[in-house]
Write a protein that binds this ligand. Structure first.
Ligand code: URP
Ligand code: ZN
Length: 481
């Protein structure tokens, strides 16, 4: 791993001069190579009461559990800002609830998730928020925050947006597609939501795909008898994403809103985000692990249905553009999983008709392993980039900083130890999601997380979940810049 050249910053300089400290600690991680978003240095990390209390090469433990991280890399725990645990969809729910989903997250080195509250018919925004809090609080094994999905049924409550923000939920997701599922908002309503959220200091997340392009292609394909899995991707081309991004970024500029494009999948879409930034729009994008390591050829496989999500996987050229977008200064600032798995039996509902396949794939456990192995080890991104997109940027963008997203004295003791020598084939028996297959079955990683610490508790060691149900807490988020 390359060390950043030039003068070292005050953090590591300060650490070198710290005297030997006999501190009462719960946990001492010694001989750690700590990597932050901008620095790499060797030190020891002392944890007490769930907080990092010292980072010092001279740290002397007193009564602590000691973990020797020699030869390993210690980074901030991942913040996966895009999950859908126990999401109700037509006919079923996503396979992971807040327990199994956060077990999977923890086992992949993620220590905070941000899930999306989905209002059910007849529920108010605050009622749905309370309902999600009830469901999640007793089950989560790591900390969590919430975004609010804002659908057509929520429009009568648009004036409650500032109240939702005050309750620690300062981000709202709108959809430009999925009309039949009641998720899509018309443009005028998207503008109204953007204005209201911006007025409350919040952030608007956008699922950006053109309903018109997609529906016309689906209609043509079904009429022509094109019902196989590959037509899912052929009905959701890159142009559908680019068209919607172009539109919503213009709406955001007019509304002076800050927005982020979730699950960016294409080069054309990325170029639209870049164009919007050049025009002065406050927009950033997220991509997902599946877009970084899989391409649309998987839809030709017999089990291609297991890879169906929206937007769909794209071409190798799109994939290369997404990796490039993760570079410093690139428009892709975060990697979120869009974790929303379904069992293969549920995926089989679409055997005769691709439109019946429940959309969504697993991913929260895969973010750090894949970014490390397929990204850092293959030279596509630096270790600093990995830390920035998995923890530094999400903590800033989603109002979790400074308690989350960094390894520094005073912040929550949320971190992950990666063993660069550990090779793991990502088979279903290794992964912790409640599904019967793995979309990363063909990948053997070079390096893997071997220890995850959530507020000072070891929640994963050597691939085994060691945490407990209900350990996680709701983290109210602030409005961010
Ligand atoms: O295919 C996807 N992205 N599924 C996740 C759930 C949703 O509808 O956003
Ligand atoms: Zn999603």
């Amino acid at each position: 791993m390359a060390k950043r050249s030039g003068a070292r910053t005050s953090l590591s300089q300060g650490l070198e001069s710290t005297p030997r400290e006999p501190l009462p600690l719960d946990l001492l991680v010694k001989n750690a190579r700590i990597v932050t978003g901008s620095e790499s240095f060797e030190s020891n990390v002392g944890v007490e009461g769930g907080t990092i209390v010292s980072i010092s090469p001279n740290l002397e433990p007193s009564g602590a559990r000691v973990y020797d991280a020699r030869g390993k890399v210690v980074i901030p725990g991942g913040i996966d800002a895009h999950t859908h645990m126990e999401l109700q969809v037509i006919g079923t729910k996503s396979a992971d609830d807040f327990y199994s989903g956060t077990v999977a997250a923890a086992c992949g080195g993620t220590t905070t998730i941000i899930d999306f509250v989905d209002t059910q018919p007849g529920q108010t925004l605050l009622g749905a928020l309370a309902d999600y809090r009830r469901k999640a609080d007793s089950k989560v094994t790591i900390d969590y925050g919430l975004h609010m999905m804002f659908k057509g049924q929520n429009l009568p409550e648009i004036d409650r947006i500032p109240e939702v923000v005050r309750r620690g939920v300062p981000s709202f997701k709108v959809y430009t597609a999925y009309k039949k599922r009641g998720l899509m908002l018309e443009e005028a309503d998207i503008s109204r939501v953007m204005e209201k959220v911006a007025g409350a200091g919040g952030l608007v997340a956008v699922h950006a795909e053109s309903e018109s392009i997609i529906q016309r292609l689906i209609e043509k394909n079904l009429v022509a008898g094109n019902t196989g899995t590959r037509y899912h991707a052929l009905s959701r081309p890159a142009s559908a994403e680019a068209e919607a991004i172009s539109r919503v970024t213009l709406l955001a500029k007019a509304a002076s809103a800050r927005i982020y494009i979730v699950h960016l999948s294409s080069k054309a879409g990325k170029e639209e985000v870049e164009n919007a930034r050049r025009r002065g729009t406050n927009v950033f994008a997220e991509t997902c692990p599946h877009f970084l390591v899989l391409t649309d050829e998987v839809y030709e496989r017999e089990d291609g249905r297991n890879f169906v999500m929206s937007p769909a996987l794209k071409t190798p050229k799109d994939q290369a553009a997404l990796w490039e977008g993760l570079a410093p200064g690139g428009v892709i600032e975060t990697v979120g999983s869009d974790h929303c798995p379904f069992t293969s039996a549920e995926k089989d509902w679409g055997e005769e008709d691709f439109t019946k396949i429940p959309n969504g794939v697993p991913g929260t456990e895969a973010i750090i392993p894949l970014l490390y192995s397929e990204g850092v080890r293959k030279g596509r991104i630096s270790m600093f980039d990995l830390v920035r997109v998995t923890s530094g940027a999400p903590s800033m963008r989603f109002g979790l900083s400074p308690s989350k997203g960094s390894i520094s004295v005073g912040s929550d003791a949320d971190f992950v130890v990666i063993d660069p020598a550990k090779r793991v084939r990502m088979t279903p028996d290794v992964m912790h999601s409640r599904i019967d297959y793995s979309i990363y079955d063909h990948i053997t990683t070079e390096g893997y997380p071997v220890l995850t610490v959530s507020r000072g508790e070891i929640v994963m060691e050597d691939g085994e979940f060691t945490g407990s149900k209900g350990w996680g807490r709701f983290v109210p988020r602030r409005v961010s810049s």
